[in-house]
Design a protein around this ligand. Sequence first.
Ligand SMILES: Cc1cc2nc3c(=O)[nH]c(=O)nc-3n(C[C@H](O)[C@H](O)[C@H](O)COP(=O)(O)O)c2cc1C
Length: 268
Amino acid sequence: MPGTPNPLSEMGNLDNVVVTKEERPNPSFETSALPGFKKTVQSRRAIRIFDGVPIPQDVMRDCLQDAILAPNASNLQCYEIYWVRDDAKKKRLGDLCLGQPAATTAGDIIVAVSRVDLWQTHLAKLSDIMTDGGKKPMTGPIRDYYENIIPMLMKTDRWGFHNLKRRVMFWLKSRREPTVNGPVTRADHRVYGNIQASLAAENLMLSLAAHGYESCPMSGIDGRGIARLLGLPPTAEVTMVIAAGNGTPQGLFSARTRLPLGDLVKEV
Ligand SMILES: Cc1cc2nc3c(=O)[nH]c(=O)nc-3n(C[C@H](O)[C@H](O)[C@H](O)COP(=O)(O)O)c2cc1C
């Protein structure tokens, strides 16, 4: 790492990355998309009592498709989303969400899970799918990034050898130039995975809102119990549970309250 070129800055020079006009924000896109986006963001609330009726399967699948479009670090997609459909598991999930009414009355219940442990599997799959302007194998800075930088950042071992190596490398490099400071430790990797799962969860909740359904994210849960229920390996971590469905008026517990913008957003 010390003395190596920086693939992150070099990637910006790629001229074979195709972004279609439809994907790019432009004035007509803003006119058509912005009102719906605002309506969706502003209408989403945490709703805690549902009518128990499941969301139509095609709608839920559409929302899940939107969920996986969430941005994620290095596109490694280190998370999983469990749409729990089995009645017995749904019932047990209600208990494991500590009997919260959102969980016990939800039409559908979804679990967002951090899966940092899947980084190598996903990397191998991505290497198969990703192309360089249609050509395989990939070459240049992106290939370098996936073949060298990602393993350097993600590798772990029982004795903490890779953690120590990263800590020393980052420290040495930071003496000379701006550099990333993590992930170093297992805790850093846990944060990393929970970030990816949270972003997908937010996309899911916004998509549910755009489809006219309500949701409630929950982290007041027995995460380990849920992991056992879903048969997850010890390396997985339940990030949050999302209750979803048709909300009832009683499910809205309070008016929306936010701190003043200036408390949360700093212009520097
Ligand atoms: C990560 C996370 C965990 C949450 N956990 C719970 C929870 O366990 N139970 C609950 O009723 N609401 C939970 N909420 C919902 C928040 O209380 C709610 O989003 C917040 O009060 C703001 O209200 P709003 O979403 O309606 O704007 C959680 C939200 C997030 C993002």
